[in-house]
Design a protein around this ligand. Sequence first.
Ligand SMILES: [Fe+2]
Ligand SMILES: [Fe+2]
Length: 472
Amino acid sequence: MISAEKIPNNVDLSGNKRLQRALEHWQPKYIQWWRDMGPQGFQDYHKVYVRTAVSVDPEGWAHFEYVKLPEYRWGIFLADPVHDRRIGFGDFFGQPVWQEVPGEFRNQLRRLIVTQGDTEPASVEQQRWLGHRCPSLYDLRNLFQVNVEEGRHLWAMVYLLHSYFGRDGRDEAEELLDRQSGNRDKPRILQAFNEPIDNWLDFFMFTMFTDRDGKSQLMSLSESSLDPLSRTTRFMLTEEAHHMFVGETGIARILERTCQLMRQAGFSEDVRRLGGIDMPTIQKHLNQWFSLSLDLHGGEVSSNAASYFANGLKGRAKEDTFDDHLVRDSYYSMEFFENGGPVRKDVLMRNAMNEVLRDWYVGDCAAGVVRWNRILEQHGISDRLRLPDRKFNRQIGMYAGFHFDPNGVPLSAEEFERRRHEWLPAEADREYLLSIMAAPIYEPGKFANYIAPPRRGINQQPIDFEYVRTEQ
Ligand SMILES: [Fe+2]
Ligand SMILES: [Fe+2]
């Protein structure tokens, strides 16, 4: 059960006074950050119907109630320990997992935790203006649910930093509140988390693709030999699933509406003239967030990834589905780009671990796109969405510095620039999206013209439920 202390937790925080004091010291700074950088205009007079955890078992973590956002029960929740858990991969395979951080891996683990932790508040910052442009109360509630849980994920990482990294950890926890998404002097660590998200098409693509990168990273960290990291990330994954649901169904509902509008107009009219979102605009935003999220998986050939794997710090998604957990002398056949063309070369599998995880990620994304395309098919519309080639628009890894079209065909820099806005959102697209989102919809059961209502409400509530209440 989760205690109802100042900092709700299931880690017996009151049994460790030093840690409790340190976190209680960090807590007001966190709340200040949330007020300054969290959802703007929805802090004091609104109550939101959100899920809060009262325990980590399936019944307990899906408890719903109305809360004011700054009063959300942010806390420290670890999945239950697995009895006699053993290290599942790498050079320490089969040994008992670690309950403390071994000195020799301290820096690597800190870096992994800080990088993960930095993304959580970053996404809250990126999304902080969206409430003023929401397509419905249902969507507004989903936005805030995602936001408070990302805030809680920051708590999860800060707990690890404070517990296992001493002074350095405390400093890192401060800096996590100090960096700011898109800030020129103190940006967030990873580029996708510095990109603005000022419209709901961006938001849904972000939760579909960038939160799904969160899923791949959390899955690989949940395999970690550092047991507290594994247990923390395992619980985070249960929350993450809802974020991807928000993204996938958000785009599905836009597609549904786009199809309806196209049919109404006899398939001839430009959907924009009917206030909908046209297929090319949807595809461009998909291209943008998919390529940014591919970059989050890091370089294709990486000695860091090899070392994380060797030391058991970060594994593969679903490590137990692989036969070989040592991966000492197997190879990954990788496509390099040399002298203007593709060349296949074998790379030691351990050095290709980022690519292995990216493969898993691409497959998971592709399955989502197939589900989206079914909607188009059902409406008898011949357009299809597709994932761009993984070489397209990359800023990290071996394809960075080259240019490719979404089919993976190499282009000159000039040609890419000339055609950029055929494939990636342009200022005019952004202006159009802001124009149809200018008036937020706060009336229960009403939806903006560009998006269909969901099939069902949250927690079996009706669709016209008052998911966000205003209190004067
Ligand atoms: Fe998260
Ligand atoms: Fe998330």
